[in-house]
Ligand binder design. Sequence first.
Ligand code: ADP
Ligand code: AMP
Length: 228
Amino acid sequence: MKDLTHPQNAPVVILLGPPGAGKGTQARMLEEKFGLVQLSTGDLLRAAVAAGTEAGRKAKAVMEAGDLVSDDIVLAILTDRLAEPDCATGVVLDGFPRTTGQAEALDKLLSERGQAVTTAISLEVDDVKMVVRITGRFTCGSCGEGYHKDFKPTKVAGICDMCGGTDMKQRADDNAQTVMSRLDAYHAQTAPLLRYYGEQDVLQKIDAMGPIDSVARELSTIARQLTV
Ligand code: ADP
Ligand code: AMP
């Protein structure tokens, strides 16, 4: 059994894939099942927007337009979160890095801590699927559990299965128009990371077109090997 409290053994797992690929859904599963802490830059940025911080004020319009927030802002937020003690035993990065600049900065940050990216897993889905997933997505405002109107509905309409909350939210950027900008941003700025991590020999691709449970099974097989 690996001593995961030793920084060099703490897994750093990256989930790559276009918006709607299932990164958040699967990162949450990896956190619950394997104790990897989910770090979502989208969630961190939305929290900054809601709190009205300077970074949040700068990010708001960019996010609403479906463009990428500047590397400086994202890196500052991510670096602070990664330094928190709960991240010491392993993380799953969801939605980060999204540019080559972010990937290089992450490598530098990790190497200063005696760490490196353990694996970058690409969730492979086509563009049509991604639009359907995004436009049907909703989230519990109380506990953050994610749902989909057709693929993962709540058991009782309007009530969260996890916490019983009734404050269901749809993201402002989950509309058909913004989705196309987000998809363009993915292809132009994030897809090159497949090559980046391929060259580092840490890239694994999995088919994410199937149902949530079958993607979760494949990911669990990978995660099990990293955490034992
Ligand atoms: P991402 O974090 O990559 O943007 P999410 O995990 O939020 O994507 O998933 C987007 C939407 O698609 C959510 O509503 C989620 O419930 C649903 N979803 C995720 N994975 C699958 C899947 N394999 N099959 C069907 N729906 C899925
Ligand atoms: P997500 O929750 O991952 O779908 O991200 C929502 C939005 O937040 C994106 O469309 C971007 O505007 C912004 N965002 C999230 N993560 C990043 C990142 N790593 N780099 C730049 N922008 C990001």
